[in-house]
Design a protein around this ligand. Structure first.
Ligand SMILES: [Zn+2]
Length: 343
């Protein structure tokens, strides 16, 4: 089988966003991600996507102009913190605007060619960034800006699957009233940022387009496999998005120092295979992975390699196995809210 070309967004200027103190969200994360990319994807099969700064018009589709102006003023003061977790340095503004612009360019490369599969190795991450607030290491919501741009580019419906271990509260907020964007999150609960209950299903008029699967600590691969088979894939099948974007954080990996879930690299590969089959089944094959969190370097390298092999067509099956009662309950809570909406 001939390997599929993969669109790749990467830029050394993302590495210049750094903290003065020790911080888990550090440039070495991208070095590890690049090592995973290089081991799985020969240069000849990479389609380089040119990275440029996000425009005001693109960013304002999801963030308030007041917030963007306030953020820029703050970032131009040098070194500092926006909140206890979220730092900035003199190069942060450039990196953040390039990361969001790179996200837009990846989604356009998938929509219009030259590739149908892609990955964006972005820093700073984005899924906690709200319409008017930076938080959780995130300044601009890269994937939300890309999804909003896809709608502006003519996509009828866009789906975002978020398997970062934290709930993507920013992405949920941004699209809570938008029925053309499906947001499906699998995350540890209770956990930062405290949002992401299954009962959060979307605003009136958009009910069912926000799906939260709140996993208890120590959840492992079989529960993620079951969540994909019984919730994620059926919901995606019903929605029929023109492209599927993934907040592909790697902090649900068992090695991650910040969280307590127990996924492994093969599980990230298998979830990628499942989504690749889904988009192929829709006939368009458009699937983009966007790096969010993930703080163990070995976990990042191994998981990125597994996801890239899956993007290229190497198939891994979703994990199976017994579920703990707390895992079964977690899936049932979401199944019930999704079921209510359908009946
Ligand atoms: Zn995270």
């Amino acid at each position: 089988m001939h390997a599929l070309p993969i669109a790749v967004v990467d830029d050394r200027r993302f590495d210049r966003h750094r903290s003065e103190e020790q911080h888990p969200e550090r440039p070495e994360r991208l070095v590890a991600a690049r090592a995973g990319l290089a081991s799985a994807l020969p240069p000849a099969e990479q389609v380089e996507v040119l990275v440029r700064a996000v425009s005001e018009e693109e960013a304002e589709r999801v963030h308030s102009s007041e917030y963007l102006a306030r953020l820029q003023r703050m970032l131009r003061t040098g070194w500092g913190h926006i909140d206890a977790d979220t730092y900035f340095c003199p190069e942060t503004e450039e990196a953040a605007w390039l990361a969001a612009g790179g996200a837009v360019e990846l989604s356009r490369a998938l929509l219009h060619g030259p590739a149908r599969r892609g990955i964006a190795l972005l820093r700073p991450p984005g899924h906690h960034a709200c319409p008017s607030k930076a938080m959780g290491f995130c300044l601009l919501n890269n994937i939300a800006i890309a999804a909003a741009d896809s709608l502006a580019q003519g996509a009828i419906r866009v789906a975002i699957v978020d398997w970062d271990v934290h709930h993507g509260n920013g992405t949920q907020d941004i699209f809570y009233e938008e029925k053309r964007v499906l947001y499906v999150s699998l995350h540890q609960s209770p956990f930062y940022p405290g949002t992401g209950a299954p009962e959060e299903v979307g605003a009136p008029g958009a009910e069912g387009t926000n799906v939260n699967i709140a996993m208890p600590p120590r959840t492992g691969p079989p529960a993620y496999g079951e969540a994909f088979r019984t919730i994620v894939l059926p919901v995606l099948d019903a929605f029929e998005a023109d492209l599927v974007l993934v907040s592909a954080g790697l902090d649900a990996h068992f090695r991650d120092p910040l969280a307590q879930l127990e996924l492994d690299a093969d599980c990230f590969g298998a979830m990628t295979t499942a989504l690749a089959r889904h988009v192929d089944g829709l006939g368009h094959g458009r699937l983009g992975l966007f790096l969010e969190g993930g703080y163990d370097l070995e976990a990042i390298e191994d998981s990125i390699a597994a996801m890239l092999k899956a993007l290229q067509g190497e198939e891994l099956e979703l994990p199976t196995g017994p579920l703990r009662p707390v895992e079964q309950e977690a899936l049932l809570r979401t199944t019930q809210t999704v079921g209510c909406l359908r009946s």
